[in-house]
Design a protein around this ligand. Sequence first.
Ligand code: ATP
Length: 257
Amino acid sequence: MIRTIDIHKSFGDQEVLKGITTEFFPGKTNLIIGRSGAGKTVLLKILVGLVSPTSGDIFYGDVNFSQLNKKEMRTIRMKVGMLFQGSALFDSMTVEENIRFPLDMFTHMTWKEKAMQVDSCLERVSLGQVHKKYPSEVSGGMQKRVGIARAIVLNPEYLFCDEPNSGLDPKTAIVIDELIRDITIDKNITTVINTHDMNSVMEIGDNIVLVHEGRLAWRGDKSQVLESTDETLQQFIFASPFLQRLRASALERSQEG
Ligand SMILES: Nc1ncnc2c1ncn2[C@@H]1O[C@H](COP(=O)(O)OP(=O)(O)OP(=O)(O)O)[C@@H](O)[C@H]1O
């Protein structure tokens, strides 16, 4: 579990985060949602330790992440997997070299142990004979799978995904979401996903954190989204007139039934 307590972040005069207190749970897909510029990426970077908060605390379990020295922070980082926006694979490395990279960096495993771990992660993301291919030789959806395989190769306790659906068609996006959710449940990972994608909210939103103008505007799960009367949430989720009509008719049907 990750807890943030009263996180503030300013860049110069601009206060981007204005006191975020929330929780992200193990075995759940925790989504950070919000409009462009709301502060989602800054919050995600603070959670991972890439950006320091101006004030506030982050707890990984019982450990106060904000007060660790470099060595202790490295121990926590070893437990963290990252799926970057656009997958961020190394173009000059094959798929298997990409996935093996964290093992080379952080472990003393033998060549054979690494090969077995790479195979098992590729199998977990349902990719077969792509070991020797380069990222440019596989589709965008496959690149995401490779990115996920690399993110889980060290058996992380925490998984951070920045816009995992960007650039994918809606169907492939749902398949990738479901893959992330299944891995989260199987391995009891605390997964935090930064997303704009409404399908993700409604399909895998176990714990949804809505950030609005740097503040926590709403928290709940996907089953509470439709019924919530929170204005900020409704304006964000049902932004288009089409979705507003859809919501109205869904609510009508549920009242009739
Ligand atoms: N390193 C930085 N220096 C100065 N300002 C920054 C920095 N990083 C982010 N900001 C500002 O913080 C605000 C929030 O940015 P952030 O990237 O977190 O938004 P976001 O919610 O992730 O938006 P999007 O959905 O468009 O990615 C923006 O106004 C941005 O310009």
